[in-house]
Design a protein around this ligand. Structure first.
Ligand SMILES: Nc1ncnc2c1ncn2[C@@H]1O[C@H](COP(=O)(O)OP(=O)(O)O)[C@@H](O)[C@H]1O
Ligand SMILES: [Mg+2]
Length: 306
C-alpha cells in the first residue's frame, strides 16, 4: 500500500538576524491512510514547524513532502491555496486562533466552504452534519464566547473538516483544556477518524493524549525517534521516564544508588556498607577507573521518575 503521507529528509532552517536556527534536521516518516500518529516532544522541539510545513503554510529548506497524490513542495499559487483549503484541516492549540469571534458556530463552519465555492444547499447540509458529529447540534447559533473551551475545540474540529480534507493536522489540540475535556476531544478525533477515514497527525507534549494514537513518534531538538516502551525516555521537563518494568523493579528495592560512571549513569540497589556483597562488587570493579561522582540515596525510596 502506498503511504498517504511521505516526509523525506525534511530540514527547516530559520534565519534569525545573521544566524541560522536549525529547527528540523532530516525528518523522515510515513503515514498510512486512516492512521493516527502523535508526535510528542518538548517545547521548541520543532513540532509546530513540522505541522506548518505539512499544512503548506511554510516551505522547508530541504526535503520532500507528499500528501495523497500531491507533491506539496511543488504546489504554487492557486494549487497551494487549494491544498490548504481542501486537502488539509488544521486545529490549533490556541482556541481563539481556530474560530472567528463574531461568527456563530454554524457560520464558522460554513466559512471554509464559502471560500471553496460550495453551494449554499450543500453548505447547510454539511454544517449540520459536522456540528452533529462533534456533538454540538444544539449550539449552532452560539458565538465562541458563549461556548466552553472544549465546545470551541469541537467547533474548531468541525471547521477543520468542513471541506472534507484527507489529512487533519492538530497542534496540541487539547493543550488548553482540562483533562476530562481533553479526553473527550481525543475520543471524538478517534471516532471521526474511523467514520470519515481521516488521517490524523497530532502534536502534543502530553503522553496521555499521545496514547490515543496508533503510533507515537518523539521529536527532540528537530530529530525524530520512535517511542520504545522498553527504553527510558525524557519527558517535557527533561526528566527521565523509566519503563514500567524497570520502575517496578526499582520500587522493590529499599534504596537506590545513582552512580555516574565513565560509561554512563548507573541506577542500582543500594547495599549497606557492611554488606559483604557490596565489598565483593567493589573488589570486582577495582580495575575500573573511579567514578567521578557518587551519590547515595538511603531514604526509603528515591523518586527517580515522575
Ligand atoms: N518563524 C520562526 N523564526 C525563527 N525561529 C523560529 C520560527 N518558528 C520557530 N522557530 C524556532 O524553531 C524552533 C522550533 O520551534 P517550534 O516548531 O515552534 O517548536 P514546538 O512547536 O515544538 O515548540 C524553536 O527554537 C523556535 O524558536
Ligand atoms: Mg508548537
Amino acid at each position: 500500500m502506498t503511504p498517504y503521507v511521505v516526509c523525506k529528509r525534511i530540514v527547516k532552517v530559520y534565519r534569525v538576524g545573521d544566524h541560522e536556527l536549525v529547527a528540523l534536521r532530516g525528518i523522515e516518516f510515513e503515514m498510512e491512510k486512516g492512521e493516527m500518529v502523535a508526535i510528542i516532544g518538548p517545547s521548541g522541539a520543532g513540532k509546530s514547524s513540522l505541522l506548518n510545513l505539512l499544512g503548506g503554510l511554510d516551505t522547508p529548506t530541504a526535503g520532500q513532502l507528499i500528501v495523497g497524490d500531491r507533491n506539496v513542495l511543488e504546489l504554487r499559487g492557486r494549487k497551494l491555496a487549494d491544498y490548504r483549503l481542501r486537502q488539509v484541516g488544521f486545529v490549533w492549540q490556541q482556541v481563539e486562533r481556530n474560530l472567528l469571534a463574531h461568527r456563530s458556530a454554524f457560520r464558522n463552519v460554513t466559512l471554509p466552504m464559502v471560500l471553496a465555492g460550495v453551494s449554499l444547499r450543500e453548505r447547510r447540509t454539511r454544517t449540520k452534519e459536522l456540528l452533529e458529529a462533534v456533538g454540538l447540534k444544539d449550539q449552532w447559533h452560539k458565538r465562541p464566547a458563549a461556548l466552553s473551551g472544549g465546545q470551541q475545540q469541537r467547533v474548531a474540529i468541525a471547521v477543520a473538516l468542513a471541506n472534507q480534507p484527507g489529512l487533519l493536522l492538530a497542534d496540541e489540540p487539547t493543550g488548553a483544556l482540562d483533562r476530562e475535556t481533553a479526553k473527550q476531544v481525543m475520543l471524538l478525533l478517534n471516532d471521526l477518524r474511523a467514520r470519515l477515514g481521516l488521517t490524523i497527525l497530532m502534536v502534543t507534549h502530553d503522553m496521555d493524549m499521545a496514547g490515543y494514537a496508533d503510533r507515537v513518534l518523539t521529536l527532540r531538538d528537530g530529530a525524530l525517534g520512535q517511542v520504545d516502551e522498553e527504553r527510558p525516555s525524557l519527558d517535557d521537563h527533561g526528566r527521565m521516564v523509566l519503563p514500567e518494568t524497570i520502575k517496578t523493579r526499582l520500587a522493590e528495592m529499599p534504596a537506590i544508588a545513582v552512580e555516574i560512571r565513565p560509561e554512563g549513569v548507573l541506577l542500582r540497589a543500594e547495599a549497606d556498607d557492611s554488606d559483604p556483597s557490596h565489598a565483593l562488587h567493589d573488589s570486582l570493579t577495582e580495575d575500573a577507573p573511579p567514578p567521578p561522582h557518587r551519590w547515595r540515596f538511603l531514604r526509603r525510596r528515591t523518586k527517580v521518575a515522575s
